[in-house]
Design a protein around this ligand. Structure first.
Ligand code: SAH
Ligand code: DHB
Ligand code: MG
Length: 211
């Protein structure tokens, strides 16, 4: 008899269960987002908690997110700070559901969702952010990171870019300098790229700090 095959998903489910990572509010938000027809592409339970912890550990007071979907990661980010969270979302319907989810989580006083193409809406932002989570259209990661570093950051700003690895491959747009190579050419940041295994398969994110 062969032993049953244990998958990355099983391990994540065990962590979620024994650590009680997801509370009833986040569970409901996940279910409501799915019921509203959104794709199941948000952060995993453990990744959401990692985001909360990173925000907490960095002491961030002002947080920016690019790519809201149903607001699951937005809520995680907001739980890591007593300050403000701005989240940029292209899709009006998604933003509507996210706003309702964020109200459900009692975070609507501190979270502002701005609709439109982030390439345009980010230009309307003023001041600097302490923590930035980039999780929208991956082709534009280089553009978003450049703009955030050049215009919306200060020394010490932390940036997390999701899905720089997808299905075991470094995400790259053909005929463009890969996002990762671009980061390696900058001397104004400290960068670490981390591969992950779990609910989202063989994935990965970049963590960077503005010098
Ligand atoms: N951060 C979310 C998941 C985001 S999924 C979570 O973990 O819960 C990616 C989101 O980015 C989608 O909602 C999509 O509509 C949005 N998006 C894609 N391109 C965009 C753009 N150019 N500007 C703003 N949002 C965009
Ligand atoms: C997709 C987007 C994500 O942000 C993610 O974490 C996984 C998948 C997608 O667009 O397929
Ligand atoms: Mg993602």
């Amino acid at each position: 008899m062969t032993a049953p095959k244990i998958t990355q998903l099983d391990v994540d489910e065990l962590f979620d269960r024994v650590l009680h990572t997801e509370d009833d509010t986040l569970k409901l938000v996940r279910d409501l987002s799915y019921a509203a027809g959104m794709p199941d592409i948000g952060v995993s339970v453990q990744q959401g908690k990692l985001l909360q912890l990173l925000v907490q550990m960095s002491g961030a007071k002002r947080v920016l997110e690019i790519g809201t979907l149903g607001g699951y990661s937005t809520i995680c980010l907001a739980r890591g700070t007593y300050g403000e969270v701005v989240s940029l979302e292209y899709d009006e319907q998604y933003a509507k559901v996210a706003r309702s989810n964020i109200k459900l989580a009692k975070l609507d006083q501190r979270v502002n969702i701005i609709t439109g193409d982030a390439g345009y809406t980010m230009v309307l932002l003023t001041g600097s952010f302490d923590f930035v989570f980039i999780d929208a259209d991956k082709e534009n990661n280089a553009l978003y990171v450049d703009y955030v570093i050049n215009r919306l950051s200060h020394s010490g700003t932390v940036i997390v870019v999701d899905n720089v690895v997808r299905s075991g491959r470094v995400f790259a747009v053909p005929d463009k300098l890969s996002f990762i190579k671009g980061l390696g050419k900058r001397d104004d940041i400290e960068t670490s790229a981390i591969q992950t295994a779990g609910r989202k398969g063989w994935d990965g994110f970049v963590l960077l700090r503005v010098k």
